[in-house]
Design a protein around this ligand. Structure first.
Ligand code: RFL
Ligand code: PHB
Length: 393
């Protein structure tokens, strides 16, 4: 067996793993990243689109602000439509000047991959059988298979950045972890198409036929989603069927303004809220989607992954550079406190804006009233805007 050694072994080269790896690498803390998928696969995944300012600052600190600032689109507000009405949420006006940036996760990942390559960080792709071991103590290791060869990576800490289906959380003994989960009875069918977005701001549409979202990746590339049944398959949704259904869920003047075209990506994402507690098990830390999942309605998943990385990076700096354990010891508590607030917000936005198949008439009226109240109250809109732009780290 080949033996490698590093200070922090990072499992997963999604945004959490690559970002943590870069921040540590830049201050001279040695890392090895092991990723199950190929580099091509990692670079082709289409996911999140909205970055909070706090997340942008952390990405800048990792040296990848350039393209994000040049190509990202600053959004100072978004619209919520309710059947035929349109209401603008003035994010900047309601939060004392804050905004979000629309810059795709695919681009963030590409920037991080390029920066790691430029700065000589080590990442192994297409790695099989990754498993963390002995993390109850302070000499953990990770075993895996790289190019068919069995490899053992000795390290001081393991960062489990391997997403919801990864190996890190699964390695934790059942008695040491508590999980909380809600699975929603619908999914999001999303498409990418090289057509100009219908509006320069995002539109979250609540409609009796179901939720829809008009988003974008650039001024010439649109990202649209519609709520679909949990069991739907992509094959059942031709482009024509998608565009027709999207338009039906938008107010007529907006529907008419939608430019349609062929989609080049189409996928269905299930919706789930999930939290694992704690986020630290001895020398193993869970980060990002490995520890928590939120439905995409609040645009929080990637942003939470970045705030986890921020807290863990501070903790690891304390440990390696200042011999101070406080921030590392409080990682789980700090990360969970912020994560639960985003879990609450994402659940609230999802519940308020979607149609639930099992909803009775009482719940339906309550949710209509929740939306009517939110759109008519400055206090409620302020709370919505404060959460949407991102709570402080
Ligand atoms: P990722 O991105 O899942 O990366 C985990 C990486 O680990 C690898 N891996 C393993 N590697 C080694 N060994 C194993 N056993 C492994 N198992 C897995 C995987 O291949 C992968 O490379 O988790 P990370 O880094 O924590 O990042 C989280 C974000 O990807 C996620 O939260 C967001 O995409 C969620 N999300 C959104 N977040 C936002 O902040 N704003 C949004 O607008 C937003 N929109 C979305 C979204 C997610 C969506 N989907 C597809 C669920 C829209 C959608 C449709
Ligand atoms: C996206 O552009 O993919 C996107 C935007 C806002 C959301 C979710 C996804 O709430």
């Amino acid at each position: 067996m080949k033996i490698l050694s590093t200070q922090v072994c990072i499992i997963g080269a999604g945004p959490s793993g690559l970002l943590l790896g870069q921040l540590l690498h830049d201050i001279g803390i040695d890392t090895i990243i092991v990723e199950r998928s190929s580099l091509d696969h990692v670079l082709s995944r289409v996911r999140a689109g909205v970055l909070e300012q706090g997340a942008q600052r952390t990405l800048e600190a990792a040296g990848i602000g350039g393209r994000m600032h040049a190509q990202g689109l600053v959004h100072e507000g978004f619209a919520i439509t309710r059947e035929t009405d349109v209401h603008r949420i003035d994010l900047s006006g309601l939060t004392g000047g804050k905004w979000v940036t629309v810059y795709g996760q695919t681009e963030v990942t590409r920037d991080l991959v390029d920066r790691r390559a430029d700065t000589g960080g080590v990442t192994y792709y297409s790695v099989d059988a990754v498993e963390p071991h002995d993390f109850a103590g302070d000499k953990p290791h990770v075993t895996c298979r790289i190019d068919g060869e069995e490899v053992r990576i000795d390290c001081r800490f393991i960062a489990g950045c391997d997403g919801f289906h990864g190996a890190s959380r699964r390695a934790v003994p059942e008695k040491s972890i508590r999980t909380f989960e809600k699975v929603y009875p619908f999914g999001w069918l999303g498409i990418l198409s090289d057509v100009p977005p219908v509006s320069h701001e995002l539109i979250y549409a609540s409609h009796s036929r179901g939720f829809a979202l008009c988003s974008m990746r650039s001024k010439s590339r649109s990202r649209y989603y519609i709520q679909c049944n949990a069991g739907d398959s992509v094959e059942a949704w031709s482009d024509d069927r998608f565009w027709t259904e999207l338009r039906r869920r938008l107010p007529p003047d907006i529907a008419e303004a939608v430019t349609t075209g062929p989609s080049f990506e189409k996928s269905i994402a299930p919706l789930r809220s999930f939290v694992a507690e704690p986020m630290r098990f001895g020398s193993l830390f869970l980060v990002g989607d490995a520890a928590h999942i939120v439905p995409p309605t609040g645009a929080k998943g990637l942003n939470l992954a970045v705030s986890d990385v921020h807290y863990l990076f501070e903790g690891l700096c304390g440990h390696f550079l200042e011999r101070d354990r406080f921030l590392l010891d409080s990682y789980s508590e700090r990360a969970l406190a912020r994560a639960w607030k985003a879990v609450r917000f994402s659940w609230w936005m999802t519940t308020m804006l979607h149609r639930f198949p099992e909803q009775g008439p009482f719940e339906a009226r309550i949710l209509e009233t929740e939306l009517a109240y939110t759109l008519s109250s400055e206090a409620a809109k302020t709370a919505l805007a404060e959460n949407y732009v991102g709570l402080p780290y």
